[in-house]
Design a protein around this ligand. Structure first.
Ligand SMILES: C[S@@+](CC[C@H](N)C(=O)[O-])C[C@H]1O[C@@H](n2cnc3c(N)ncnc32)[C@H](O)[C@@H]1O
Length: 346
């Protein structure tokens, strides 16, 4: 049995922050209904307009990492019935769809595998003219398996916030990887590529809280020469790189030292990144004070450590906006008790 749905949205949030996200959504959309359909997933009913909802989440609810727009709910998980329901959603004028399935609950893990293997096979056979890809198509055809229902979703991919099912991005662990933190920066490059696209051979970055050197390694791979700042030790291979200048000191001391240097000795940086283990307000204050060391329109990337209780970040963001425009703020899949912010110097 299938049911057409009114304008709804499925939102994925890291499990510890589900209640925080629900309160934020409820405050922004008092007329909507929010049902928990899995430990990381809510169904928001009576969304005014999906596109506007996506923008709202993107700018005001950083805990939402993925969105999908359900159009049909299917009670059964029979592969033929699901393939028929998916077929109803195909627009023959659309040449390519990203085809994705994800589970909203561990109880349906096997079913999700089955959908990928069997249901998708039936669908692909039925539509030989349509190209189905894993990601990067303009529209995403998604199957979200919850315990009581299976939601068939058709979502403009840019409005999904992440091009990965439920935002669960899979990044390969490389042998040269230095820290798990690297995944956060790699994921950001995937979600918000603009931050790295203008890097050239002359680009310079400062990495605050660089030890043991994972983010510095990623920045080097993007072409930046890096000033790595941390009282902690750097991986010897990173330290030996002649395009890495290691300052074994605190970020506060680093900028105090920079401030005493004559202007001709120091040119502004293209990028400041800050993954320091620090209270969000102190971390933001440091970056705001360092804004003059950044080129106009230069980016700052910072992780805000919100802790397990999920600190309010409103004051920190307001403070950041005194010198920067916040262009991205989200809890990425690889963020634990933190969010990632990208801001651009005014
Ligand atoms: C999560 S680790 C950074 C990991 C790093 N991004 C990587 O990929 O290898 C946080 C770091 O912040 C550093 N830190 C904390 N307070 C600092 C300060 N005031 N100045 C500079 N570094 C600081 C700590 O020494 C620690 O190495």
């Amino acid at each position: 049995m299938t049911n057409s749905l009114p304008e709804t949205a499925l939102a994925t949030v890291a499990e510890p922050f589900l209640d925080t996200a629900i309160s934020a959504l409820q405050e922004l959309l008092p007329a909507s209904f929010i049902d928990v359909v899995g430990p990381e997933t809510v169904l928001v009913t009576q969304v005014p307009d999906f596109s506007a909802f996506s923008k709202l989440c993107s700018s005001q609810v950083p805990y939402v990492r993925h969105l999908a727009r359900p159009v049909i709910a299917v009670a059964s998980s029979d592969e033929t019935e699901l393939a028929n329901a998916l077929a109803e959603c195909i627009d023959p004028k659309v040449e390519r769809y990203s085809l994705q399935a994800w589970k909203a609950s561990e109880h349906v893990a096997e079913k999700a595998e089955h959908v990928r293997a069997e249901t998708f096979k039936l669908l692909i056979e039925k539509f030989p003219e349509t190209r189905f890809v894993r990601s990067k198509a303009e529209q995403t055809l998604g199957v979200c398996l919850a315990e009581d229902s299976t939601y068939i979703c058709v979502t403009p991919s840019v409005e999904a916030l992440s091009d990965w099912p439920a935002g669960r991005i899979r990044l390969a662990k490389r042998k040269e990887q230095i820290s798990r933190s690297e995944f956060k920066l790699e994921e950001l490059a995937n979600c918000y590529p603009a931050v790295f696209t203008s890097a050239s051979e002359q680009s310079t970055a400062v990495d605050l809280g660089a030890s043991p050197g994972g983010w510095t390694r990623i920045l080097r791979s993007k072409g930046f020469a890096v000033n790595a700042v941390d009282p902690g030790l750097l991986d010897p291979q990173i330290e030996a790189d002649r395009h890495v200048a290691y300052y074994r000191m605190t970020a506060e001391d680093f900028f105090a030292m920079k401030a005493t240097q004559a202007q001709k000795e120091t040119s502004p940086f293209d990028l400041i990144v800050n993954d320091m283990r620090m209270d969000p307000q102190d971390s933001v204050q440091l970056v705001v004070e360092a804004a003059d060391f950044l080129k106009p329109a230069g980016y700052v990337i910072l992780t805000l450590k919100i802790g397990e209780a999920g600190l309010s970040l409103a004051d920190s963001l307001e403070q950041l906006q005194t010198k920067f425009n916040v262009v991205f703020h989200r809890q990425l899949f690889h963020n634990r008790s933190e969010t990632t912010v990208v801001a651009q110097r005014r």
